[in-house]
Design a protein around this ligand. Structure first.
Ligand code: HEC
Length: 300
């Protein structure tokens, strides 16, 4: 081998080395970008507040949710390998979030809104899972489901979904702007309807009262939730789009009162929440709410 070709080999070796270092740096940067995008989705989802007890450690679950046949507890979504999602693959997390099926094949009760999350755009879901990977592992076992029926998961849940389930097809990408973006955020990411739509005794949402509010007795966790439809008398028809956007980001109503209870929780987040949403997304949500049918439904 002549000296020239020797240098050439050395150079190409160095080049290869540099290329490898550079490409792994690019891969890292891309992973960081993905997690940053996912962090925003997490905020738009109210910081997944159901998985944090009020004033408790973030994301470790164990928050009690009353159901018609007992009590179910939200799960630990930190990266702890034993009690959280640390040992789950991306696909397993996605199946839990969009199909309600756990790693061991058992069913998640539809208190977890996986029907709605089934419509989260594929690239948003990928980003969200990348963000979940950054949650500091905290060990905390989830309390067992308390139920007087032993078949709530194995038989009750699939039956319930068969009759009442509404799954969506996830688009590849989320709508970028306008009313369509607002609808996407309301229905699949921020899940306004999960709290603001009344449900019957067994938890089925009353779709003819979509976003029309619910009184204390049937509202989520005993909260009374206002009517968000554009009805002028019983809804928020008199609010300007800027008023709605302002409330979502600051929690302040046009009468300068602050919202409380669960609404305050999803705005303040864990600590990421609606308060971190971009103004344009808050306005897209407002525009969508102004476009839905007005429903007269007085909430006490
Ligand atoms: C976890 C349950 C929950 C979710 C999710 C939720 N809300 Fe609320 N919201 C409430 C509760 C409870 C109140 C009443 C707060 C109070 O009385 O101070 C409320 C109040 C409001 C109000 C004040 C209306 C009025 O007449 O005073 C608006 C507007 C509102 N929510 C919009 C939204 C929008 C838009 C979304 C989705 C981006 C959303 N909410 C998601 C529970 C929720």
């Amino acid at each position: 081998m002549g000296i020239d070709s020797c240098i050439a080999v050395l150079r190409s070796g160095l080049f290869l080395f540099c290329a490898l270092v550079a490409s792994s740096a690019v891969a890292h940067a891309q992973a960081d970008d993905l997690a940053a995008k996912g962090q925003y989705i997490f905020a738009m989802a109210g910081g997944c507040a159901c998985h944090t007890e009020p004033k408790g450690t973030h994301h470790v679950g164990a928050r009690a949710f009353p159901i018609p046949f007992g009590t179910v507890y939200s799960t630990n979504i930190t990266q702890d390998k034993e009690t959280g999602l640390g040992a789950w693959t991306e696909q397993q997390i996605q199946d839990a979030m969009t199909k309600g099926i756990r790693r061991d094949g058992s069913r998640i009760l539809p208190v977890m809104p996986y029907e709605k999350y089934s419509g989260v755009a594929q690239d948003d879901m990928k980003a969200l899972i990348a963000y979940l990977r950054t949650l500091r592992p905290v060990m905390k076992a989830t309390p067992e489901l308390k139920s007087w029926t032993p078949f709530a998961r194995s038989i009750g849940t699939p039956l319930f979904l068969k009759v009442f389930g509404r799954f969506s097809n996830a688009p590849a990408q989320a709508p970028k702007s306008g009313i369509e973006r607002g609808r996407y955020l309301v229905d699949h990411v921020s899940l306004c309807g999960d709290c603001h739509t009344p449900r019957n005794m067994i938890g089925v949402p009353n779709r003819s009262l979509y976003l029309a509010g619910a009184g204390k007795k049937i509202g989520p966790l005993g909260n009374s939730v206002p009517n968000l439809t554009p009805d002028k008398e019983t809804g928020i028809g008199e609010w300007k789009r800027e008023d709605i956007a302002e409330l979502l980001i600051s929690g302040t109503k046009p009468d300068l009162d602050n919202v409380q209870g669960l609404m305050e929780e999803v705005i303040q987040g864990t600590p990421l929440g609606y308060k971190d949403m971009k103004k344009e997304d808050a306005l897209a949500i407002a525009d969508y709410l102004k476009s839905i049918p007005a429903i007269k439904n007085k909430i006490e």
